[in-house]
Design a protein around this ligand. Structure first.
Ligand SMILES: O=C(O)CCC(=O)C(=O)O
Ligand SMILES: [Fe+2]
Length: 209
């Protein structure tokens, strides 16, 4: 695995989104899944209803000082889990990826954890609830492959899609930080990492600079 001081391989670039294929090898993916299971035990996955009133198909939890929640019809970062406790710390395995690819001098204060079951998807959106758009969003994919779509900074901009597979790391930075993106579908059962299938996506964010 690459560390922060070592040269990084050139990423694939899709509408400005940078993607490093197979950043994590299989043992590193397995170790990270174990770390995320511990996070989800401390802060159980939630199924939120969007501000528009639709139940989300993706289950969410978080680690770090802040977690993203939908509460009383508002999207926001909260310092407590909806069930009351503080969020568990971001696992060291996850922070190591941020330090290697973010090019940001400080650690993130949120690791959002998305869990995709068989028919889960995530509509085209911008990550814009954070207070620091100069810092990138770094994403880690574990488990089943996903069809990831990226456009420009306007909703109507043309989009392109690619597969994000287990162990891939992606970064939305610079002019692509506010690019629209989403997950059309996952290839359920397309990876053996999670014994019951599904996909975990982690996004690391700087919320309060
Ligand atoms: O699951 C993914 O790859 C993307 C997740 C995402 O866009 C988000 O959590 O904001
Ligand atoms: Fe996003």
């Amino acid at each position: 695995m690459t560390d922060a001081t070592a040269a990084r391989p050139a990423p694939l670039v899709l509408n400005g989104a940078e993607i490093w294929k197979s950043w994590l090898d299989r043992p590193a993916q397995e170790a990270m899944v174990a770390d995320i299971r511990a996070v989800a035990e401390a802060a159980p996955f939630q199924r939120f209803t969007t501000v528009g009133g639709k139940p989300m198909s993706v289950r969410m939890t978080a680690a770090g000082r802040l977690g993203w929640v939908i509460e009383r019809g508002r999207y926001r970062y909260a310092d407590r889990h909806p069930e009351g406790g503080a969020w568990p710390p971001i696992p060291a395995s996850v922070l190591a990826v941020w330090r290697a690819v973010s090019d940001w001098p400080a650690d993130p204060d949120c690791c959002l954890v998305n869990w995709y079951g068989e028919r889960a998807r995530m509509g085209l959106h911008q990550d814009k609830d954070e207070g620091e758009f100069d810092a990138p969003v770094v994403s880690i994919s574990l488990g089943d492959p996903a069809t990831f779509r990226v456009g420009g900074v306007q909703r109507g901009d043309p989009t392109r899609s690619t597969k994000l597979e287990s162990g891939d790391v992606a970064r939305l930075a610079g002019p692509a930080r506010l690019a629209y993106h989403g997950v059309d579908r996952i290839a359920f059962g397309g990876s053996t990492l999670l014994p019951s299938g599904g996909r975990i996506n982690l996004t690391l964010r700087v919320v309060r600079p």
